[in-house]
Unconditional design. Structure first.
Length: 430
């Protein structure tokens, strides 16, 4: 008997809802119960895995775990679900009505379980909703036909037709356990922490702005930059659901897909977040020799932001269309009447008074979302780039930059990471 719990929040209806997504599944098989009356035949999971992979899921399989092991697997899986993707926990085994965390629910029976004792589906779904990066969360229970009747729980289906509604999946260049360099602009890789990365190929571009560009500043002198090695740029700003460090009490946003902010460049990001990522990558042989996680250099950031374009913004020379691509200081914020919103635009509106969930706006030509606006982004030279929700369109231009102290923290300043090989950008004056 299939019991499918389908939970998707309203924020699925974002500007780019038609684009493909990445998907991950945790398949839990429990059949070798210690209690003889609960034991089940060993299932053949291969047809199931083939079916899930056909729907675009990258599957992890765990068998015959006890309650604590199942709990740890669910917690770990939930913490690394794909950003803006679909997460699925598929349980093959016995389930029965019971109580978990003082709530009546359906319990997943582990190898040591007795009826009415096990991990509650409420815990599984709460973990998926609160952690990681997934926008849509599914729990499928494949239980014997003689199982106890299911509780009356909303959003319950009895077949896999819900999988047919997911649409077209995205395709990663390699498994999350092993990164390889991309081949062309727009290639994507889903990392083990749930972040998706977009490939930025080798090439050259003119960094800075011409003297004829409206709104330019004097420090935007043009120079030719050679990107000698391609690199991976995070598709999204780093969301709270993937952040391993502490959250500053002055940070804004509380949803797992809100971008982290109030984080310094050196202490919070480089020392507490990126350093452990590189240490873990080295132990697991995740990255090729010489590659590392890091903050983008200023040339890398602007190269990825422009994505092969040469105009003021990657979408054109004028800011009239900025509301489709960026969260900036707009009329929505101005209409709140806040004292600091007095400089906001009086007519253009992006629909967000402050920060927006990552991926809320259309991407640039290489698939990178929110590279302009929302939260400004640290570079490895302690400049912030891209502008933010407090920035006018002028300060959201691709060439705009602002020097900051490496320990500065602002509620409009966040993080976008890269995976790169050594130093890959050398600026050259024309």
């Amino acid at each position: 008997m299939l019991r499918i719990f389908h939970f998707s929040a309203a924020f699925l209806l974002f500007a780019c809802k038609a684009s493909a997504e990445h998907r991950a599944a945790l398949v839990l098989d429990v059949h070798a119960y210690e209690a003889a009356e609960l034991t089940l035949p060993k299932p053949n999971l291969q047809p199931l895995l083939t079916r899930l992979e056909g729907h675009g899921f990258q599957c992890t399989v765990k068998r015959n775990l006890d309650n604590n092991q199942i709990k740890r697997e669910v917690e770990g899986f939930a913490s690394r679900t794909p950003v803006r993707g679909t997460a699925l926990v598929y349980f093959v085994g016995r389930a029965a009505p019971g109580e978990y965390l003082k709530k009546k629910t359906l319990c997943l029976l582990d190898v040591k379980s007795r009826p009415s004792r096990g991990l509650g589906v409420n815990f599984v779904l709460d973990q998926l909703q609160a952690n990681g990066g997934s926008s849509r969360n599914l729990l499928i229970l494949d239980t014997p036909d003689d199982a106890s009747p299911v509780l009356k729980i909303p959003d319950l289906h009895h077949d896999e037709s819900v999988l047919e509604t997911l649409g077209k999946p995205s395709k990663a260049l390699s498994p999350p356990s092993k990164m390889i360099p991309g081949g062309k602009a727009g290639d994507e890789w889903l990392g083990p922490r749930g972040m998706i990365y977009c490939w930025c190929p080798p090439g050259s571009f003119i960094m800075g702005s011409p003297q004829s560009e409206k709104g330019r500043f004097l420090d935007e002198e043009q120079r030719k930059v050679e990107i000698q090695e391609g690199f991976w740029m995070a598709k999204y700003e780093w969301p709270r659901g993937l952040w391993r460090g502490n959250f500053n009490r002055s940070a804004i946003g509380s949803h797992k897909l809100d971008p982290v902010n109030m984080v310094s460049q050196s202490k919070d990001t480089l020392a507490r977040e990126i350093k452990p990522m590189n240490e873990a990558a080295k132990k697991s042989d995740l990255l090729p020799s010489g590659w590392e996680f890091g903050l983008p250099s200023a040339p890398q950031w602007e190269y990825a932001a422009r994505a092969g374009t040469t105009t003021t913004y990657f979408f054109g020379a004028e800011h009239a269309q900025i509301s489709k691509y960026a969260n900036f200081a707009d009329k929505t914020w101005f209409d709140t009447g806040e004292i600091y919103a007095n400089h906001a635009h009086r007519s253009l509106s992006d629909g967000h008074a402050k920060i927006a969930k990552v991926g809320s706006f259309k991407p640039n030509p290489w698939g990178v979302h929110d590279i302009l606006g929302n939260v400004a982004e640290w570079t490895d030279s302690a400049y912030m780039r891209g502008g933010s929700w407090v920035s006018t369109p002028r300060n959201c231009r691709c060439a705009h930059r602002q020097k900051m102290g490496d320990r500065d923290q602002r509620n409009y300043l966040g993080v976008r990471m890269v995976i790169r090989k050594n130093s890959t950008a050398t600026p050259k004056k024309q």
